[in-house]
Design a protein around this ligand. Structure first.
Ligand code: AMP
Ligand code: MG
Length: 425
């Protein structure tokens, strides 16, 4: 893995130090350090929901399989509608789904037909029943104008036999399950889920149910990490809390690296803090400690422990979530699918003035909504401190203020990233 620190190229008065990495550069470096998982397994169709497809789905049949009616009505020869001598049609039979009309439709004849029923031979047009009058002699006449070929669905118009319907690397949706079922697939080949081990570090951390001494805090990062990882569809390995102790940390890193494709820790990556973490990681693998020009979430470690990729996230609860969403989630997506992550970004009118200095990327927690005028608008949740975890609960999006931004005035348009899009399943 090669890596270059990038200077933020802005006109800001108070630039970040030159060792600081821009957000985009960190994302690129991470992606180039990740190998997509190629191992596959076969699953029953329903179990494949949310999983990554490993094979192309090529249609063994036409969908629909036969040309059929899009309406309840009457099927007839469209060319008859131009004929001045035909004013009414003789009703000669019925075609319903599952029981097609066995005969042939001749000129001047029509067949009662239900939605989805196969078109009788000779007929190419359907007139809906609301526009038809049937008399007691079984003759049908039609009100209003009609076009030859109307109200007919053609064989293969949705999916043609032999066509590629779904491509490998795609995460399967509910619609995809339906599409594959319509083609008769009972099983599909999917990629193995990434195995992700995670733990918290810190002598001050207590588990739920333990009593808190002066200065202790409950370990919350493992719960927010659990939730975010669960929404990424990975296989989870929760390794608990590890003390700020060199031997305990070494064992945790080693055990995690043996089991997992990716290891995520939180805490202990601040500058000057617990130097042995740095030493151990550098002995066990190849790790970079980065200062990223962003707020919150400045320190981040990324690297390799053998075949396993390692993320050392900051300890602050908001910073954990922001760095996870901005770096780890794209990395998991790439590992799982082999495709670069495309963030889902909208624009909204900002109802607050936001102070910011250029040179670093800020991820403000906001609430967006649609106003009476149909426009998306967004406002800050208020308190933005990196320990204020409720800002992530109250917010429903990040307001994205990139490095070059020098602040936002009320009424400016800003980019937002909805939290609801930060899930891979
Ligand atoms: P650190 O990066 O280890 O210096 O931690 C920064 C801050 O985040 C400190 O106030 C820690 O107590 C807090 N913190 C670290 N890990 C956790 C955790 N797992 N749960 C809650 N707070 C944490
Ligand atoms: Mg700590």
């Amino acid at each position: 893995m090669t890596l270059q620190a990038t200077n933020p190229q802005t006109s800001c008065a108070d630039p970040e130090p030159s060792s600081t990495l821009r957000v985009a550069a960190a994302r690129e470096a991470i992606q180039s350090g990740i190998k997509p998982i190629l191992t596959t397994e076969r699953l029953a169709l329903r179990d494949a929901l949310g999983r990554v497809l490993a094979q192309p789905i090529i249609s063994p049949l036409d969908v629909p399989g036969h040309t059929n009616s899009a309406m309840d009505g009457y099927a007839l020869k469209g060319s008859d509608l131009q004929s001045s001598s035909i004013t009414s049609f003789k009703l000669i039979g019925t075609s319903v789904a599952g029981q097609p009309f066995p005969g042939h439709c001749q000129s001047g004849e029509c067949i009662r037909i239900m939605t989805g029923a196969p078109m009788p031979e000779g007929a190419d047009t359907v007139i809906m029943q609301e526009q038809a009058k049937l008399d007691e002699t079984q003759m049908v006449s039609f009100t209003s104008q009609h076009k030859q070929g109307q109200n007919v669905r053609h064989a293969g118009e949705d999916i043609a036999k032999g066509s590629r319907v779904l491509e490998p690397g795609r995460r399967l949706t509910a619609a995809d399950l339906g599409v594959m079922a319509s083609l008769g697939f009972g099983e599909v080949s999917v990629r193995r889920r990434p195995r992700v081990a995670f733990f918290s570090t810190g002598d001050e951390l207590r588990g739920i149910g333990e009593s808190l001494r002066e200065g202790d805090v409950y370990d919350s990062n493992r719960y927010s990490l659990y939730g975010m990882l669960k929404n990424c569809g990975v296989h989870l390995l929760d390794m608990g809390v590890i003390k700020d102790d060199p031997e305990a940390l070494r064992q945790a890193f080693q055990a995690a690296a043996e089991e997992a494709d990716m290891v995520i820790s939180s805490g202990g990556v601040s500058v000057g803090e617990a130097d042995y973490t740095k030493k151990i990681l550098q002995q066990l693998g190849e790790i970079h400690f980065w200062k990223i020009a962003m707020k919150p979430g400045r320190p981040l470690a990324f690297g390799e422990l053998g075949q396993t990729r390692f993320f050392g996230l900051p300890g602050n609860p908001v910073a954990v979530m922001v760095t996870f969403y901005q770096f780890v989630l794209p990395a998991i997506h790439y590992m799982a699918t082999g495709k670069p992550y495309q963030p889902f970004i909208l624009t909204a009118v900002c109802h607050d003035a936001l102070r910011k200095r250029p040179g670093r990327y800020e991820f403000i927690r906001g609430v967006f909504s649609t106003g009476d005028d149909g426009q998306l608008s967004v406002e800050s949740v208020g308190q933005q401190g990196s320990g204020i975890l409720t800002s992530m609960s109250r917010g429903n999006c990040f307001i994205l203020l990139p490095e070059s931004c020098a602040g936002v005035s009320e009424g400016d348009r800003v980019e937002i990233q909805p939290f609801a899009s930060l899930s891979l399943e």
